[in-house]
Design a binder for this molecule. Structure first.
Ligand SMILES: *[C@@H]1O[C@H](CO)[C@@H](O)[C@H](O)[C@H]1NC(C)=O
Ligand SMILES: *[C@@H]1O[C@H](CO)[C@@H](O)[C@H](O)[C@H]1NC(C)=O
Length: 444
């Protein structure tokens, strides 16, 4: 009898543990500051549009507040460009333009005030106007100065995350890893001693090739000045369409094969990675595949610390990969259906953190959402937006964005209420705990 009652006890404990396996960080990219960037690292100033109403663009501040308070999102990726930070699209330098740095800081502060983690993404493909950093283009020293300056500015903000660049490609990975080592040393020595740093590999940081290109081996050899690897994570990107570019509406893979391969590798190395860019359209093929991918990532939370979906911010709902919530006349926000069903639900079903309303002190230090809404002006039609973002954010196989204007987003089937699912899951866990306690008590 004793052994019979003992095994259900273990099974129940297992259920409780399984129910709580979720990634630590659930994120959304707030695109806009990267608009117009080409994969050669040319990023025009005229198309950069940081999504903040105060800057005349979309209400990224309101979006982030909504995502945190209503959904439990706890990380935002905040793309900007080298050209914007120095306010010069022709000539590279490491001297910041105070006005533009101030604008970017406004955006970062709108993120920090929500309590979420805020990822600085210099969206330049390891380049400036065609020149590869440390490989014929801008010098390593210049790039290190850019990062050290930002690290010094945010040294006392534990929630800042440094993503060294977006999607390196067509470069010497050994040299690039040496550049990244200098950047890590620079960031730490500037006082940002504990913050997360994401290390991006070549071939557009693709999960499919991080191992085969030697990127993962080279990048995970990077250390902090004290010799540890604390806070250093492999940066990972992956799309689900047929050429991994994020340009097609149809999904052709759930990426479980690639994420299995990479998980095994990371486990062997006793290291972890963060999927800082992945995304899908609302096509029915993606409802299947994106849900499957994100469920798998949550199940492997020992090696994958989080995932960040692409993208909200300046994109409107006509963008093929739109995750932008829509604000209703009463001020409330309605999430994109794919976001609810395939980004949020897998995380919540796995026991991810519940939404956390901001403390009133935090909200009152900012303009209220309602005020921001009234001043909201959309300066771009979606067609212009699509044209401007052409070639931004290439995946493995080339630029995505060219087909944005032509795309139409079909609506995903109505998602189950995630709040309901969350509550049901919590009740389920409590019930398991109670049963486990009763069984346990009976044993001893
Ligand atoms: C990884 O993804 C690529 C497509 O990006 C695919 O061709 C390849 O077969 C996948 N690898 C595994 C191990 O599933
Ligand atoms: C991937 O697909 C997009 C959309 O058709 C296309 O523009 C791009 O050139 C493709 N890339 C490659 C390398 O096939």
């Amino acid at each position: 009898m004793r052994s019979l009652s003992f095994s259900p006890f273990l099974v129940l404990l297992g259920l409780v543990v399984y129910a709580q396996a979720a990634v630590k960080y659930l994120g959304v990219a707030l695109s806009g500051g990267d608009w117009g960037c080409d994969i050669d690292g040319s990023c025009p100033l005229s198309t950069a549009a940081l999504p903040l109403t105060e800057l005349g663009h979309a209400d990224g501040g309101g979006q982030m507040k909504h995502f945190v308070e209503d959904d439990g999102v706890n990380m935002f990726r905040l793309p900007t460009t080298w050209q914007f930070l120095i306010n010069n699209e022709d000539e590279v330098s490491d001297e910041f333009d105070e006005t533009n740095l101030g604008r970017y800081d406004q955006f970062v502060q709108a993120c920090l005030v929500t309590g979420a983690y805020c990822m600085i993404d210099i969206h330049n493909f390891a380049r400036f106007n065609g020149g590869i950093v440390g490989q014929g283009g801008p010098s390593d020293d210049m790039f290190v100065t850019i990062w050290s300056t930002l690290a010094k500015k945010y040294a006392d903000e534990p929630n800042i995350v440094f993503e060294i660049t977006n999607e390196p490609h067509d470069l010497d990975i050994t040299k690039w890893a040496a550049t990244c080592q200098k950047v890590v040393t620079g960031i730490r020595n500037a006082g940002a001693k504990t913050q997360m740093i994401l290390l991006p590999g070549t071939n557009f940081d693709s999960a499919a090739t991080l191992i085969s290109t030697g990127s993962a081996d080279a990048l995970l050899a990077i250390t902090n000045p004290d010799g540890t690897t604390d806070g250093l994570y492999l940066d990972i990107h992956k799309y689900l369409d047929n050429n991994n570019s994020g340009q097609y509406a149809e999904c052709t893979t759930d990426n479980v094969g690639n994420f299995t391969m990479l998980a095994t590798y990371l486990r062997g190395k006793k290291r972890q990675g963060l999927i800082s860019e992945t995304g899908a359209s609302s096509d029915s093929s993606c409802v299947t595949d994106y849900c499957a991918q994100n469920t798998f990532i949550n199940e492997n939370d020992d090696v994958y610390i989080g995932y960040v979906t692409w993208a909200a911010g300046q994109f409107d709902e006509t963008y093929v990969l739109s995750q932008t919530p829509i604000q209703q006349p009463d001020g409330s926000w309605t999430d994109n259906a794919l976001f609810t069903e395939c980004v949020l639900a897998p995380y919540q079903k796995a026991g991810g953190a519940k939404p956390s309303p901001l403390p009133s002190t935090a909200s009152s230090s900012k303009k209220t959402t309602a005020t921001q809404t009234k001043t909201k002006t959309s300066t771009k039609t979606s067609a212009t937006a699509a044209a401007e973002s052409s070639s931004s954010d290439a995946g493995d196989a080339g630029a995505k964005g060219g087909s944005l204007a032509a795309s139409t987003s079909t609506t995903a089937s109505a998602p189950a209420s995630t709040n309901g699912a969350g509550v049901a899951r919590a009740v389920h866990v409590l019930k398991n705990l109670a049963v486990a306690a009763v069984v346990g008590a009976a044993l001893f």
